[in-house]
Each structure stands twice: as structure tokens, then as C-alpha cells.
Design a protein around this ligand. Structure first.
Ligand code: GDP
Ligand code: MG
Length: 176
């Protein structure tokens, strides 16, 4: 008979936020379970990686889009945002400036996405506890103000990395 489809739903997910916050490392940790501190990757084209997961009884294929460095020049193509169902806005908990810039990234989503995606705010690099400059409370409040989900994570230790993608997927499935 006909082949069983590999998944029930495919969802385009974006990671945005200032350069250096750890977007690429979060993706590599989640998809390939690696962390290479010295990795430097700046390309013009966005990188897309696929990851399958099961959320309750649904098979989900995430297509995870990485800006791959173009955020440095605020040169993200509009097609990057097109049809995104989920957005992960990342800041670095050790860098106040990256937290201050979150609002401008939310505006990019508002301007460029036709249908409002599910958005989660992620404070990355929790492993650098002694250098922390943005409290959990500040992150949570900003997320609440802009109706985003919220989580802190570390691409280095893997803390909450799976949960970020899982909870985002869960919300996307609830949000047809
Ligand atoms: P991007 O520009 O947002 O894609 O950031 P990258 O993924 O390239 O990461 C920028 C730098 O932060 C790299 O030197 C990474 O090794 C480092 N980095 C990323 N995630 C973490 C983390 O969770 N903890 C620590 N300590 N460093 C991280
Ligand atoms: Mg990157």
C-alpha cells in the first residue's frame, strides 16, 4: 500500500537575535548534539536543518532556519520570515545589549511575518553564571509583556535545549 508519511506536520522555525548570542550553537546542539566553542560560520544564505520529533501522538518535522550571520548587517531577507510557524528570539544572559535589542527583533517579526507565529524568548548561556547580567525575572517580564513564551538555556551544557524546541512545537500544534 501507500508509504506512511514521515510526519503529520512540517513547521518552519526561525532563530533570531543579535550576533553572538548562540543561535547557531543552539541549533547544532539540538539537531546534532555537538558544541564547538570555536565554530565560526558566516554565510550569505540562511542554513536550514531538519529535525523530527514526536509531540504527544503527532510526528513533527521541524525545519530550523539559521540566519547564518546576516543578522550582523540587519540584512535578513524577507523570505527568511515567510510562513514561519515558530520563532525563537535569543539573547545572551551575560550581555545586556543583546537583551535590549530583543524588542527590535520582535518588531522584525511583526513587520515580516504575515501570520503571527508562536514566539519563545530564550536567554542563552546560563552556564556562565558568574557573568550573568540579565536576571531570570527580567527575561520573564519582557516575555510576558510581549506575549512570548520564555525559557533560559545553555547550548554548552544542553540545559533546556530540547525543551525549547519541544514546547514551541507543542504550542504550534495547539495554534492551527
Ligand atoms: P550566533 O551568532 O547567535 O549564531 O552565535 P554562535 O552560535 O556563533 O555563538 C557565539 C559564541 O558564543 C561562540 O563562541 C559560542 O562558542 C558561544 N556560545 C554559544 N552558546 C553558548 C552557551 O550556551 N554557553 C557558552 N558559554 N558559550 C556559548
Ligand atoms: Mg550564527
Amino acid at each position: 500500500g501507500p508509504a506512511t508519511p514521515a510526519y503529520d506536520i512540517a513547521a518552519k522555525i526561525l532563530l533570531i537575535g543579535e550576533a553572538g548570542v548562540g543561535k547557531t550553537h543552539l541549533i547544532l546542539r539540538y539537531v546534532d548534539n555537538i558544541f564547538e566553542p570555536q565554530l565560526v560560520k558566516v554565510t550569505v544564505q540562511p542554513d536550514v536543518k531538519s529535525k523530527d520529533l514526536t509531540v504527544h501522538d503527532k510526528k513533527v518535522r521541524l525545519r530550523i532556519w539559521d540566519t547564518a550571520g546576516s543578522e550582523r548587517f540587519r540584512a535578513i531577507n524577507r523570505s527568511f520570515f515567510r510562513n514561519a510557524l515558530g520563532v525563537i528570539v535569543v539573547y545572551d544572559v551575560t550581555d545586556k545589549n543583546t537583551f535590549a535589542k530583543v524588542k527590535s527583533w520582535i518588531e522584525e517579526v511583526d513587520v515580516n511575518c504575515d501570520k503571527q507565529p508562536v514566539v519563545i524568548l530564550v536567554g542563552n548561556k546560563t552556564d556562565l553564571a558568574e557573568q550573568r547580567k540579565v536576571s531570570t525575572q527580567e527575561g520573564r517580564e519582557l516575555a510576558k509583556r510581549h506575549k512570548m513564551m520564555f525559557m533560559e538555556a545553555s547550548a554548552k551544557t544542553r540545559e533546556n535545549v530540547n525543551d525549547v524546541f519541544f514546547e514551541l512545537s507543542e504550542k504550534i500544534l495547539e495554534n492551527p
